[in-house]
Design a binder for this molecule. Structure first.
Ligand code: CDP
Length: 150
């Protein structure tokens, strides 16, 4: 797979997959009162017990921001507002890449409705206290830099 460099001057960049054969998974660095939301996966077996930024696959015709809002609603039962994209793109399994946006909680209390069995709100100093999926770690580090003060 050839990757094209991101062009920050191109406002449509975030709405296009680099390669139409690649599945884009969007995840949210969800903030609330100076904490970042971490979600523990309950499935599949090889990922269960590891922590991630909640999200899921982009569906046809959706923008990444729309997909993120939908996934957070389905998985956590909350309404959230996407913010900025965290620079970078991380390979998952072959044919899948992860892209991450910041998001602010608008309403609802997150509950592990789908895919997860535990949620935690982590302050900056607590971010290393959970076993993050390897592919999420660079995004979590960037998210920590953007963590709003409580
Ligand atoms: O909810 P949906 O079925 O659309 O997607 P998912 O199963 O939550 O995520 C698709 C793939 O991306 C899975 O292999 C997840 O493990 C992976 N993923 C990840 O590595 N890191 C995230 N923050 C979110 C998803």
């Amino acid at each position: 797979m050839t990757e094209r460099a991101t062009d920050p001057a191109d406002p449509t960049e975030h709405h296009r997959a680099t390669d139409p054969g690649v599945v884009v998974v969007v995840a949210g660095a969800v903030y609330d009162r100076g904490r970042l939301l971490a979600a523990r996966r309950s499935a599949p077996a090889e990922l269960a017990g590891r922590w991630e930024l909640p999200g899921g696959k982009l569906e046809p015709g959706e923008s990444p921001e729309e997909a993120l809002v939908r996934e957070l609603r389905e998985e956590l039962g909350v309404e959230a507002e996407p913010g900025e994209r965290i620079p970078g793109e991380w390979p998952l399994k072959p044919g899948y890449v992860l892209r991450v946006w910041t998001a602010r909680l608008l309403s609802g209390v997150p509950r592990p409705l789908e895919d997860h069995d535990e949620l935690r709100w982590l302050s900056r100093r607590e971010l290393d206290s959970v076993d993050w999926l390897d592919q999420d770690r660079p995004a979590v580090a960037e998210a920590a830099l953007r963590l709003p003060q409580a």
